[in-house]
Write a protein that binds this ligand. Structure first.
Ligand SMILES: Nc1ncnc2c1ncn2[C@@H]1O[C@H](COP(=O)(O)OP(=O)(O)OP(=O)(O)O)[C@@H](O)[C@H]1O
Ligand SMILES: [Mg+2]
Ligand SMILES: [Zn+2]
Length: 281
């Protein structure tokens, strides 16, 4: 340990001409000269060379302080772990980076941002009561972004969650009818069990077949009876849902969600495209 301490001090004092990892470093310690090989690519931190401590000499005494890389590494590991959990919850890579922080707020979309943020912060209560959230608005307003941000926060709090895109879920269920190995229940059971289910884009199709209507009802009713929350996003309002998916679906959603939360503002996709066009000129 003494030797290591001496080496760190020498490295930090800049007494070593080329202390890059991947090199043989020559140390002189009171007549004792030796070389130590620092293997390449092994170091996460160039400040402490992964000793997690920094040795400094102050008034002739060696002061040891923890290196900031420890906290940085902990945060990075936490972030990676969260990423993996979001992936396991079914959230696509694109939306795994969407958070409340990187949602740009305008006067028009602020109420939706606030409602979604408050919902996520109070999830412990909503998990108990089954209180759900319905985000409704035109295309590109940030509904899926906010749903992803809620999911992220809820998963960060340690809850189990799942994110499904309505039409993909219907296709996946349908595919099990042709499968020898996968059953419909294998898909539905986790969606019943999770603490929060996000059902994205419930109004994606203009018409739903009786089978599709039945499946959507089954899913919502499953959550309803289990008194577990669901977060639904939709382009269409209550009337449309009632016409296309039936009164039973709407009544349950209204009871679970209370008021629907409108997501207003500009179409963010158009905004991005417009900015890109402007940069071209
Ligand atoms: N206020 C915002 N700040 C930052 N990015 C945003 C904002 N609103 C939307 N976006 C981004 O714009 C893109 C489109 O948003 P999103 O997919 O959430 O829209 P949507 O309301 O779900 O639309 P659709 O009804 O078509 O599904 C996404 O990449 C999203 O992250
Ligand atoms: Mg969407
Ligand atoms: Zn360090």
């Amino acid at each position: 340990m003494e030797k290591i301490k001496r080496e760190r001090l020498a490295l930090q004092r800049g007494e070593i001409s080329d202390p890059r990892p991947g090199h043989h470093v020559r140390f002189d310690a009171g007549g004792d000269t030796y070389w130590r090989f620092y293997p390449p690519g092994r170091y996460f931190c160039r400040r402490c060379l992964d000793l997690e401590k920094i040795y400094q000499e102050q008034d002739g005494v060696v002061v040891v302080t923890p290196c900031s890389c420890v906290e940085k590494r902990r945060q990075e590991a936490e972030k990676k772990q969260l990423e993996n959990k979001l992936a396991a919850a079914g959230l696509r890579k694109k939306f795994r980076s969407r958070t409340f922080e990187n949602f740009s707020i305008t006067e028009l979309n602020r109420p939706a941002w606030e409602a979604a943020k408050a919902y996520a912060s109070n999830f412990a209560t909503h998990r108990q009561s089954g209180k759900s959230l319905f985000l409704v608005g035109d295309t590109g307003r940030g509904k899926t972004h906010l749903a992803a941000a809620v999911l992220r926060e809820v998963v960060r709090q340690g809850y189990k969650a799942a994110f499904v895109v309505t039409i993909e879920l219907l296709s996946d269920i349908r595919a099990t009818y042709q499968s020898e190995t996968k059953t419909e229940w294998q898909i539905l059971q986790p969606l019943k069990d999770v603490d929060l289910l996000v059902l994205d884009d419930i109004s994606a199709l203009d018409q739903y077949s009786d089978w599709e209507k039945g499946k959507i009802f089954e899913l919502i009713n499953m959550r309803y009876e289990a008194e577990k929350p669901i977060l639904v996003t939709s382009n269409k309002m209550v009337g449309w849902i009632k016409d296309r998916l039936g009164k039973k679906v709407v009544d349950r959603l209204l009871e679970m969600c209370g008021d629907f939360v409108p997501v207003n503002g500009d179409n963010y996709r158009e905004r991005i495209a417009f900015q890109a066009r402007c940069e071209d000129y």
